[in-house]
Each structure stands twice: as structure tokens, then as C-alpha cells.
Design a protein around this ligand. Structure first.
Ligand code: ARG
Length: 462
């Protein structure tokens, strides 16, 4: 299609290095959709005749049917999906096919196709994450009162509720959804009609093609439109950030499902066995969510580095924008789906969580706070007294709650038996009623609000 000025055809190596059809054929629906919008506009503007426009449209519909049925043929000589479609169109309708490429270039064509594809991927990410958030909220509601150890440095710190812990991820994923939504808003301009780089002399109607393809408006600068891939990077950055969150959640599920923790049992359907150790139940799905996050972040890094040195406008390097996006999208969608299953179906072992919270002197801060509140002791001194109590409990192999009043009073005479009300893990979590705190009544309020947020989002998306 571009051989006119050449005496010789490309070498085998040239053909191979140039071909993007092996990976960009995934764009065939977007390519045909954009071509149909383009030719409809050319017809409406009288740039091609109404008859030719109708012939081209019918040919494109036939190709869509063929690809739907048989897949897209891969011919390296045709380089990419754009030329593959055009070559097939020529076979079907003859030379009139050549009119389709009036007032456009593969540069605005690929930018448009890819935007359409990324727009769908953003939508899928938002829907998947909202389903995952719904699963988290549901489990958080079930476990608003379930007590587990809260950790810092992975050391038992203070008791928290499992509902509160799960809602932490609800918050993270809510910010991730907002990132995909912001990406979607920025992407909402159509490059079609920017042509190779400078626009076109034909009297095209860019608003018409933009609206036909569901964009808010056309892009305002043709050089920018054909040469930036920030919309793809927005998607990759949002998936990378979200993959970091999913990876942390996966890591926690892996820890919780380990025998020493014993906090959770992952569903059979998302675990695997070992071919040598019959007792094993491996959390492979969670491990792969954690693992895939590395590849997703790698995809984002790859495209950032591809883009950073390119002069305006289009350079062929930009053909390499697609594999990282397609790979990351596949891994991301799968990770979200796996995580929905794990959150919905994991059995949480409330008794083990409670015992672990009980065992780690998790209420030591509550004792110190009690000394401050009830005995008017400065916090630093209260901290020291509590440290002594912890040491004693360790020597006696018991919990703080199990220490006799006489033992506590031997450490500090100002302690009386009302201290025991502060030392139970139930009292500890119930007391943390500050907004956003772990108290069960706080968690229940947040669960209700979260359900409202999700219902509002579902209504918006109707
Ligand atoms: N396959 C190419 C890509 O994905 C299409 C654009 C080709 N443009 C060009 N000027 N050679 O980037």
C-alpha cells in the first residue's frame, strides 16, 4: 500500500520487525467501527459519493462478520490491522475501497482505535472493582464484630475488627476507581481527522466522527492527537496502583491462610494441591495476583520508557505501545476476578483471630490509656508501668487480663479493679469510636455508607 516510491520490497527481517498484526488484530472491532464512522462522515460531507460510502460500509460489515466467525488472518506483508482490513475491503468491493483512506492516516486511525479499546478497558476495570468492593462490604458487614489482631511491623499492635480491616481495602479500591474514572474523562476526545500529523485539507466534520464514536469532542491539536499515548499510560498507571493494592490484599490472604496464622481458609476453587505433599492447599490464585502485579507495573514502566524520548509527532516506536497495554489488561482483569472469588468465598476463622488478638497483649495501649484517664498519670509514665505489666504477664505466661489485681497493684498502687473493663479485647475495640475507628458500631456505619456509595455508582452506570 505504500510501495510506489520503492524499487525493492522489504526484506524478510523488515517485514518481521514491522508487523504489528500478531498483536494489534485484537483491535479489529474498533478499527471497523472507526472506519464506518469515518466513511459515513465522508459521505455526509460529499467527500465521497453516497453510493461509494454505502458500498464501503457494506464491505466493512461483511469483514466484521468474517472476523467474528473465522478470526483475523495474519499476513505480515499487510503489517497491521488497518492495512489488513483495507486489503480485504479491496478484495470485496474493488478499487472503491481506496476512497476510505481519504482525509485520514494510519496515525489518527491507530490513535482512535486504541483510545476506543482503552476506553472499554477502563470501563471493565471500574465495573470489576465495584464488584470487588461489593464483596468486601458484604464480608465486612458479616464481620463487623469479629476481633483480630491489628498489626504494625507485623507485630500484634492493637485489636481491630475484621470488618474494619476489609473496609480498608474498600477505601483503597474506591480511590482506584476514581483514577480509572479520571482516566476516562481525559481520554474523551477523538483523534480521528488529525490525519498524519497536520490535519487535512478536505472539508471533514470532526464533531460528527467524535460523536459517532461516543467521544465528547474532537482533540484540539493534530500533533498532540497522533503522538501522545498518555491515555494508555493513564490506564496503566491506574492498573499499576490498583495492582499494588490487590497484591497487598493477596499477600494478607496468603499469610492468613498459612498454618501458623490459621485466620482464613481460601476456597477450594481458588486453591491448588501439591503433587508431592498430600496435605498441601496452596493459595496459588492469591500468589498469582501478587505476582501479576509485577508484570502490570512492568508494562507501565515499559510504555513510559518507550514514550519518553520521542519527538513529535508519530514514530514507529509507538507501535510498541500496544503489547504492554493488552498484557496488563488481561492480567489485571483476571486478578480482579480471582480476588472477587477469594473475598466472597474465604472462610474466616473468627476463633483463631480472637485467640491471636488475645495472645499478643494487644490491649497494652488500653491499660496505658486507662492509667492516663483514670489515674491522671502522664502517658510516658503510663507506658512504662504498662511495660512492666506486660513483662510480668510474659513471665506468668498469661494475658494482661489474667493478671491478679494484687500483681497489678504491686507494679502501681493506683490501679484498681475497674481496670479489667479496659483490658478485654472487646472493650478495646468497642472504645475506638473515633470517626474511622475500628469499633463495631463505626464499622457498621461505614458498611451502610459503603452500600449507598455502591448503589449510587450502579445507578450512574445504568
Ligand atoms: N501499526 C502502526 C502502529 O500501531 C500503525 C500506524 C502506522 N503509521 C505509520 N506512519 N507507519 O503504530
Amino acid at each position: 500500500m505504500w510501495g510506489g516510491r520503492f524499487a525493492e520490497g522489504p526484506s524478510a527481517i523488515m517485514r518481521e520487525i514491522n508487523a504489528s498484526i500478531p498483536f494489534d488484530k485484537i483491535l479489529w472491532r474498533e478499527d471497523i467501527r472507526a472506519s464506518k464512522a469515518h466513511v459515513a462522515m465522508l459521505g455526509a460531507q460529499g467527500i465521497v459519493s453516497a453510493d461509494d460510502a454505502a458500498t464501503i460500509t457494506a464491505g466493512l460489515d461483511q469483514i466484521a462478520g468474517e472476523y467474528e466467525r473465522d478470526g483475523v488472518p495474519e499476513d505480515w506483508d499487510l503489517e497491521d490491522i488497518h492495512m489488513t482490513v483495507e486489503a480485504r475491503l479491496t478484495e470485496i468491493i474493488g478499487p472503491v475501497a481506496g476512497r476510505l483512506h481519504t482525509a485520514r492516516s494510519r496515525n489518527d486511525q491507530v490513535a482512535t482505535d486504541f483510545r476506543l479499546w482503552v476506553r472499554t478497558a477502563n470501563g471493565r476495570a471500574i465495573a470489576g472493582l465495584n464488584a470487588l468492593r461489593a464483596a468486601l462490604v458484604e464480608r465486612a458487614g458479616e464481620h463487623a464484630d469479629t476481633i483480630m489482631p491489628g498489626f504494625t511491623h507485623l507485630q500484634t499492635a492493637q485489636p481491630v475488627t475484621l470488618g474494619h480491616h476489609l473496609l480498608a481495602y474498600f477505601e483503597m479500591l474506591g480511590r482506584d476507581v476514581a483514577r480509572f474514572e479520571a482516566a476516562q474523562e481525559r481520554l474523551d476526545q477523538c483523534p480521528l481527522g488529525s490525519a498524519a500529523l497536520a490535519g487535512t485539507g478536505f472539508p471533514i466534520d470532526r464533531d460528527a466522527t467524535a460523536h459517532a464514536l461516543g467521544f465528547a469532542e474532537p482533540t484540539r491539536n493534530s500533533l498532540d492527537a497522533v503522538s501522545d499515548r498518555d491515555f494508555a499510560l493513564d490506564y496503566l498507571m491506574a492498573t499499576s496502583q490498583c495492582a499494588i493494592h490487590l497484591s497487598r490484599l493477596a499477600e494478607e490472604l496468603i499469610l492468613w491462610a498459612s498454618q501458623p496464622f490459621g485466620f482464613a481458609s481460601l476456597p477450594d476453587s481458588l486453591s491448588t494441591g501439591s503433587s508431592i505433599m498430600p496435605q498441601k492447599r496452596n493459595p496459588d490464585a492469591a500468589e498469582l495476583v501478587r505476582g501479576h502485579s509485577g508484570r502490570i507495573i512492568g508494562a507501565c514502566t515499559s510504555l513510559m520508557i518507550t514514550m519518553k524520548g520521542l519527538p513529535l509527532a508519530y514514530s514507529k516506536d509507538m507501535q510498541d505501545d500496544k503489547p504492554p497495554v493488552f498484557e496488563a489488561a488481561g492480567l489485571f482483569d483476571l486478578s480482579v476476578a480471582a480476588m472477587i472469588g477469594m473475598i466472597a468465598q474465604t472462610t474466616f476463622k473468627s476463633d483463631r483471630m480472637r485467640a491471636a488478638a488475645q495472645a499478643g497483649h494487644a490491649t497494652a495501649t488500653d491499660l496505658a490509656d486507662w492509667l492516663v484517664r483514670e489515674a491522671d498519670i502522664p502517658f510516658r509514665e503510663a507506658h512504662h508501668i504498662t511495660g512492666e505489666a506486660v513483662k510480668l504477664a510474659d513471665t506468668k505466661h498469661c494475658s494482661l487480663e489474667e493478671l491478679a489485681l494484687a500483681d497489678l497493684q504491686a507494679i502501681d498502687a493506683r490501679i484498681d479493679d475497674s481496670v479489667y473493663r479496659a483490658l478485654s479485647i472487646e472493650a478495646s475495640v468497642a472504645s475506638r469510636r473515633s470517626y474511622g475507628g475500628t469499633a463495631p458500631d463505626q464499622v457498621k456505619q461505614r458498611v451502610n455508607e459503603a452500600m449507598d456509595v455502591l448503589n449510587a455508582a450502579a445507578e450512574r452506570d445504568q
